[in-house]
Design a protein around this ligand. Structure first.
Ligand code: MG
Length: 389
């Protein structure tokens, strides 16, 4: 049997930086998803990967556990020593080739999946709030996937003095396809989708890139990283020989060039609460500023509309006349509309004519109607009444 591999990583469509790091080659395959403000997340995930890279192929369980403990210690010490790195942490899902098996170490909510005979199995358990609730039967997988706190992890590397990784062994068979991925893949692509892409009869590098592409298509809300291994039957030689060439990450997120992230949604791990609260406040203030600007704009537009309306009304009012009566009982021509708006009379007296009382009923009716007329019409009417008397 021989193991071929490929790997790809992408910053995603929303985050500004890629805090995922990965290792693929030399018998070591790993994905670390960092968290923390400024450059901290990237530092944490990259530090963990650099420690893992020194683990030799065919390492024992003890050797792997020691590497995880060392990575935890280095990250935790750095976070205490360097204020800008305070509270940083990372997930870690690593597989070491040992004979015909993979030795896996796991902390956090990155995942390893095995596709064998068309069936996808999640090899790792999520160390997350919702993952634990699902295991306790308090949530279904579907509810967990939509849960607002789905990104809260309960175990991370570098956030506490000690870390307790899950360590286990998986025996491999020819035809097995394995992927180690950050939650940027598993949260964006359903398991059926992951299985469909992972099971392709293609080069592992192409498969890794297709998985990342699927995550971007699914929304790309987080950094996404996939390390893919394909087990091939090479004619019965003993154990697994390292195959393939050194992996090539896609555009961003390779171990060497990972850079920090301020994402719109930071993951919260124990020890990260303070930092995350700070970021949340900054976001809230930004939102309030945005809201305030929007309110000011809305009020401005409303005032403008009112002003335009009033100007239009005034212009119209200036063109019309009506015939009515004065308080003294005389027929009169008024300039403007007969209405009173907000206590303001919309008209002014132009000229007066005959007394109202002696007029014929049909003339009174016409006057009482306050019909809008032109100045000439109105004058003619008022003056003709005055001539009759
Ligand atoms: Mg992530």
């Amino acid at each position: 049997m021989r193991l071929k591999h490929g790997a790809a990583s992408h910053v995603g469509l929303i985050r500004r930086q890629n805090e995922d790091s990965f290792v693929a080659g030399g018998g070591v395959y790993a994905v670390c998803d960092g968290m923390g403000g400024a450059r901290a997340g990237e530092v944490a995930s990259e530090t963990a990967c650099r420690v893992l890279m020194r683990v030799p192929q065919d390492a024992t369980e003890e050797r792997l556990a020691a590497a995880v403990a060392e990575a935890n210690h280095v990250i935790f010490s750095q976070s205490l020593a360097e204020p800008s790195l305070g509270g940083m942490g990372t997930t870690l899902t690593a597989a070491i080739q040992t004979g015909g098996s993979l030795l896996v170490a796991h902390v956090g909510d990155s995942r390893a999946y095995l596709l064998r005979d068309g069936e996808l199995t999640q090899l790792t358990e999520d160390h997350s709030l919702v993952g634990e609730m699902v295991r306790r039967g308090q949530l279904t997988a579907a509810q967990a996937a939509a849960h607002p706190h789905r990104s809260v992890i309960t175990r991370a590397l570098g956030t506490e003095e000690e870390v307790r990784p899950d360590i286990f062994c998986v025996d491999l068979e020819p035809g097995d396809h394995i992927v180690i991925c950050s939650d940027g893949l598993s949260s964006m692509v359903e398991e059926e989708g992951i299985a469909a892409v992972l099971g392709r009869d293609d080069e592992p590098q192409k498969i890794a890139e297709a998985l990342v592409a699927a995550a971007l298509e699914g929304g790309g809300e987080d950094n996404v990283t996939a390390v893919v291994m394909v087990v091939e039957d090479d004619g019965g030689s003993e154990g697994l020989a390292e195959g393939g060439v050194a992996s090539e990450g896609s555009a961003s997120g390779s171990l060497a060039e990972g850079v920090p992230v301020f994402g719109p949604e930071r993951r919260v791990a124990p020890g990260l609460l303070l930092r995350n609260r700070g970021e949340g406040l900054d976001r809230a203030r930004g939102w309030l500023r945005f809201r305030r600007r929007r309110v000011i704009m809305a009020v401005g537009i409303a005032l403008l509309l009112v002003a335009v309306g009033l100007a239009g009304l005034a212009a119209f009012n200036n063109t019309v006349y009506f015939v009515g009566t004065t308080p003294e009982g005389l027929v009169a021509l008024y300039h403007g509309m007969p209405q009173t708006i907000l206590g303001l009379s919309m008209h002014r007296l132009v000229e007066v004519g005959a007394a109202y009382t002696g007029l014929e009923a049909y003339l009174k009716a016409r006057i009482d109607s306050h019909e809008l007329v032109s100045k000439e019409e109105g004058q003619l009417f008022v003056r003709s009444l005055a001539l009759q008397h």
